[in-house]
Design a protein around this ligand. Sequence first.
Ligand code: HGY
Ligand code: MN
Ligand code: MN
Length: 413
Amino acid sequence: MDPEIDFIQQGLSHLATVVDPDLPGWSRVGYSEYDVAGRAWVATQMREAGLRTHVDAVGNVIGVLEGADSAVPAIVIGSHTDTVPGGGRFDGIIGVLGAIEVVRTLQRAGIRLHHQLRVVDFANEEGNAQGVKLVGSRAIAGALTPEHLSAADDTGFTLAELLSSAGHAPERASSCRWDTKEVAAYLELHIEQGPVLEQEGVGIGVVTRVCGISTFVLDVHGRRDHAGTTPMETRQDAMCCAADAVLAVQRIAAAGRDTVGTVGTVTTSSPLTNVISEQARVTGEFRSPEGTVLDALQDQLAQEMHRIDGRHRTSSSLRWGHTDLPAIMDGDLSGIIADAAAQIGHDAVRLYSGATHDSVEMARLAPAGMIFVPSAGGRSHCPEEWTDIAHIEEGVRVLTQSVLNVDAVPTRR
Ligand code: HGY
Ligand code: MN
Ligand code: MN
């Protein structure tokens, strides 16, 4: 049962045209007009593949193919088609197109699964200016809270308003929730976005766990003074404190094992060269595959900020956003994926994911498993993101075989 790789190739080419021309790379930011248009096209592909398709209250595009046994829960496959600004053409997208191609392959072969098969293009996996990632899968997992919906960007525009602006109904977000009894297993095909598979020369990765993320906002308070007359040794320069904080994030993360730390923005309320900044804000995140390590990273940055404030005679407040704990992929399901790869002649290696995915939220509902395919140069979230179509084809084959193998297992739910 060969997937029709032309369908994937044409889908990648089409979605690469549904992007914001004013942004670099291939940008289809969640809830933008380009995202809305891209999802409308995905819904059409789902319908043409024979899926009964609807869009839920937060924008998840959900296609359903009934199984032979209505008493057993669904196998769910999917990913996301929104991108980061300046992103690439493969992140999430190959998982949605691959999932639709699984359905098309089963239809061509005249195979009817026991389980219902659901295909999802999750809404706004990449997050937004309000700081909330995995919006659609959080809603399906029943974890999109009123606090998430009332989160606001620097202009006060809330996530609820962003959803409404795209024609969705945030007030009905709770209606998106699925019951755990509805789902037998969740499988996601995704690009690795890192260097491991390419370095190992292996085409298939089986994900063991997905990193946890802790995001922070650091507000620094200094003293506004004249830039020309204030001696260096008496300044309370919020921007210099913020600069040391950025390097502290890098230093702390670099010192850990499998830990990463990244700063997104450094802003000041007085962007002038003749005024010493009295206020600065730093936003960033830490990631680790271990939840306890995330806690330790938070403590280390708090201690560092105490020292840095002393050096600059500033005072800082460090606010931690929502911490997404690491998600462990299901061992049995990962075994089924690895066996499926072997069954069709592909080697597979086990690895953790430094990127987060909708599987983190779906793992709240059911056993979740992920299939990785190589990223050229280990690069992603950039226009240079690239995965060979041959690798994508391998990934779709393994996804298809994994679905068949899960379907053959009497449901454990
Ligand atoms: O942030 C991430 O890791 C994902 O690509 N949204
Ligand atoms: Mn992704
Ligand atoms: Mn991404």
